[in-house]
Design a protein around this ligand. Structure first.
Ligand SMILES: Cc1cc2nc3c(=O)[nH]c(=O)nc-3n(C[C@H](O)[C@H](O)[C@H](O)COP(=O)(O)OP(=O)(O)OC[C@H]3O[C@@H](n4cnc5c(N)ncnc54)[C@H](O)[C@@H]3O)c2cc1C
Length: 388
């Protein structure tokens, strides 16, 4: 890396210093390749620190380590979100990964042969860029949320920390996936609680140390080795999983029922300032917790690399149309496991290998010819035509 006026010249810029960006950094450092990680947050691990207070990982510590450093806890215990945050910070420190925090990249484009990144008035030029900004960007809330009575407290799961944010009275949790089920259980201890939306199914095994010992290895094998873009079953199942969302991992439907939480259909609008359900019922609630997921935000990337669905077109994170551009940490970058801590290392290693093997023109090689069938397969998956 070298300076030139106000522009920093870097071999590879990794945008995002969460688990995905750090794992790529580790793999590049191992290969002695120059790179810089830019992260918008003040501290490594802040994404985890900023999640709700009672959150524990659903994956056991034995599955929470990144390449080169195990998670420092009993293999079958479940770390808190702050322990995970501290682990990431320690990881960056241990391998002396060059992370520059407090730098929010707001532009990525190409100028001739180089990538140009901007962050306010700062400018970086790089041969390669790895986008590792996470799969959860902008909280998704329906437009009609604005029409709810201003007296109703509204909070998205991204901003929820603990029940002290709720006011007295009923709580409607919208979205019955993992976040919704966990928030509803917590809210139900002090409030009458409704949980809206279709049940995504659940893993029929009691979550805990025994599951971590005997069941997780099976889940890991299936998520990491079987459900990949390289297997027919993976290409068939992954788009369906993306559309449906993950099944409940920790919480079982019977716990939801035992807590007195009432399951209700989707919220479809607002009537007289109150949430209106699909069955035309109106709920008299004082709080609405939106557990409705996130939109991606790639508005800062000015490169023609996105498909009709707004997702980057890539194969295993390698963007063939923009040599030197990579994505990591996306849902199903390569496999069901790509978005979890234990799976991201393999994707990171694949990208680092690609960066380390420049093509004849000095740029990184595009996917090898044998892979040309594969991007098409990926394209079929993205368009939802897989398995048809
Ligand atoms: C509630 C919840 C619980 C989860 N529990 C588990 C679990 O138990 N086990 C598991 O394996 N997985 C879990 N996951 C999934 C996954 O491990 C996490 O979402 C993880 O945080 C993803 O890591 P990441 O590095 O891909 O993205 P992130 O952690 O989101 O990190 C992205 C980083 O990029 C930075 N960034 C974003 N945009 C920019 C920009 N423009 N410029 C500079 N920096 C930028 C952010 O500041 C951030 O630090 C959970 C996810 C959620 C939402």
């Amino acid at each position: 890396m070298g300076g030139s006026g106000d522009v920093e010249q870097v071999g590879t810029v990794i945008v995002g210093g969460g688990q995905a960006g750090l794992a790529v950094g580790y793999e590049l450092a191992r290969r002695e390749l120059p790179f810089l990680i830019l992260d918008a947050n003040e501290r490594v691990g802040d994404v985890w620190r900023n999640r709700w207070d009672s959150l524990r990982l659903f994956t056991a510590a034995g599955y929470d380590g990144l390449p080169g450093m195990r998670f420092p806890a009993s293999r079958y215990s479940f770390p808190t979100k702050d322990e995970m945050a501290d682990y990431l910070e320690a990881y960056a420190g241990r391998f002396q990964l060059p992370v520059r925090t407090g730098v929010a990249v707001d532009g990525l484009s190409r100028d001739g042969g180089r990538y140009v990144l901007t962050a306010g008035d700062r400018r970086f030029e790089a041969d390669r860029v790895v986008v590792a900004t996470g799969a959860h960007h902008i909280p998704r809330v329906p437009a009609f949320a604005n029409e709810l009575d201003p007296g109703i407290v509204q909070v998205h799961s991204a901003d929820y920390r603990n029940p002290s944010q709720l006011r007295e009275g009923g709580v409607l949790v919208v979205g019955a996936g993992n976040s919704g089920a966990e928030l509803a259980l917590e809210a139900s201890r002090g409030h009458r609680t409704w949980l809206s939306g279709p049940h995504p199914g659940h893993i029929p095994v009691r979550h805990g140390p025994a599951a971590a010992r005997f069941f997780f290895p099976v889940v890991r094998f299936v998520g990491h080795r079987v459900l990949t873009m390289d297997t027919p079953v993976g290409r068939k199942v992954l788009p369906k999983l993306r559309a449906r969302g993950a099944p409940l991992i920790r919480i079982k439907p019977k716990e939801i029922a035992a807590a007195g939480i009432e399951r209700v259909p989707r919220v479809v609008g607002v009537r007289d300032g109150l949430p209106l359900l699909e069955d035309q019922r109106v709920l008299q609630v004082a709080n609405v917790a939106w557990c409705t997921g996130f939109h991606d935000d790639y508005s800062w990337i000015d490169l023609p690399v996105f498909g009709e669905d707004g997702q980057p077109v890539h194969w295993r994170g390698v963007v063939a149309d923009e040599p030197g551009l990579y994505f990591v940490g996306l849902e199903f970058t390569y496999a069901f496991s790509s978005v979890v801590i234990n799976g991201v290392g393999r994707d990171a290693s694949h990208i680092a290998r690609h960066i380390a093997s420049p093509g004849r023109n000095g740029r990184p090689a595009t996917p090898r010819p044998a892979g040309t069938r594969r991007p098409e397969a990926a394209e079929r998956v993205r368009s939802g035509a897989a398995g048809s």
